[in-house]
Design a protein around this ligand. Structure first.
Ligand code: SF4
Length: 378
């Protein structure tokens, strides 16, 4: 089959390396929207523009393989371009260094254009806290976990109710379960099983600081493996001391994992004056793709969902009022899904996000407002 790979970066090249000796597929082109690359070659294959792809697709190609992070964001564009067959590769293939199946149509890490679940609107990514509290309590935590009691969690009934409502209306491409520290929750296995039941075709990831992994039961690991859960470990300094142990155990149970690079610093950026330019803020933001579910609402990001915890804790007279009510009977789910496909669309809360200042990572024994705030305004 003749194919084109959309993506010329590390991901695209990683896929090309895997497919170059696969006789089922002949890579004819690379595609990139960056004009500066058009006409150049990667290993003898020309890089073409999306417009040229549209012109030659029907005559020369059997399908297009999308290989860049968050490739799902061009899902609508590919349909508009009348690209009849395409496959969008899950992020974790690159992030966890996975090998695709020799027959790509059988690989569950690819969203194919004819998949039945795409009959619904596509919500690119959603994340939610399982636990609000944490066992590490990083200074300046972007989920404000050290301002919650360690045992604070999201009720299973609320989690189930909200997730069911959303999955009845959209296909969630990628779902992250986090916190706080998600695996502090004694019912974690139930959360995992229910989530996979509702999201049979989604990339599901547990994000963890990893410290409790060596103490989990065999039942937990078997549950993760059986439910095809990715475990994403943030490499904080205390986590690194357990790195080999953690990797050994995850490999023993054949769990797909991502060990994120060493986390040595955090960023703080909150400007209490609320005068930051929202469009500039969202463009430089690292969390603009982290749409967040919280008690019946979907928010642009964790700050929009949880920021009031900071303001309340320090007695500040500021409140955020964002979020989209998933129980609103007039909610247009297609409009919602399309809006979340655009990471650089701001919300009102963005005006509290100033320029980021780096701080060295440390656990915060006594959280202070300065751990998050770069400007107190006037
Ligand atoms: S409010 Fe806007 S700029 Fe701030 S973290 Fe959320 S998306 Fe980013």
């Amino acid at each position: 089959m003749n194919i084109a790979i959309w993506g010329t970066g590390v991901f695209g090249k990683y896929i090309e390396e895997q497919l170059k000796d696969n006789t089922n597929y002949l890579i004819r082109y690379f595609v990139d929207s960056n004009e500066a690359l058009w006409g150049q070659e990667i290993n003898g294959r020309e890089i073409i523009s999306p417009k040229r792809l549209q012109e030659i697709y029907a005559k020369e190609l059997d399908f297009v393989l999308v290989a860049f992070l968050n490739g799902i964001e061009i899902y609508g564009l590919l349909s508009q371009m009348n690209i009849k067959r395409f496959g969008i590769i899950w992020n974790r293939v690159l992030e966890a260094g996975m090998l695709l199946k020799a027959d790509l149509s059988e690989d569950k890490n690819i969203v194919w254009s004819n998949a039945k679940y795409l009959d619904k609107p596509v919500l690119r990514r959603l994340e939610t806290n399982i636990m609000d509290g944490c066992n590490l309590n990083c200074k300046g935590c972007s989920h404000f976990s050290n301002l919650f009691a360690q045992g604070a969690s999201v009720l299973f009934e609320i989690y189930c109710r909200d997730l069911k409502r959303i999955t009845e209306n959209v296909y969630i491409h990628r779902f992250n379960m986090l916190g706080g520290e998600a695996i502090l929750h004694p019912q974690m296995i139930e959360y995992i099983e229910y989530t996979r039941q509702l999201l049979p075709d989604s990339e599901i990831e547990i994000v963890t600081n990893g410290l409790l992994l060596p103490r989990q039961t065999e039942k937990f690991f078997l549950c993760c493996a059986e439910n095809n859960i990715t475990i994403s470990i943030s490499g904080y300094p205390p986590t690194l001391q357990l790195k080999d142990k953690i990797i050994d155990i995850l490999e023993k149970y054949q769990i797909v994992y991502i060990f994120r690079e060493d986390v040595k610093e955090f960023g703080k950026n909150i400007d209490l004056s609320g005068t930051a330019n929202p469009r500039d803020a969202v463009k430089r933001c690292r969390e603009s793709r982290c749409s967040f579910l919280r008690e019946g609402k979907i928010y642009k990001c964790p700050f929009e969902a949880l920021g009031n915890r900071l303001f309340e804790h320090f007695g500040l007279d500021i409140r955020l009022h964002g979020g989209i009510d998933i129980w609103d009977e007039n909610l247009d789910w297609s409009v919602l899904a399309e809006w979340f496909m655009k990471p650089h669309e701001p919300v009102d809360a963005c005006r509290y996000c100033g320029e980021e200042v780096k701080i060295a990572w440390e656990a915060a024994k006594e959280p202070a407002l300065e751990d998050w705030v770069v400007s107190k305004g006037v």
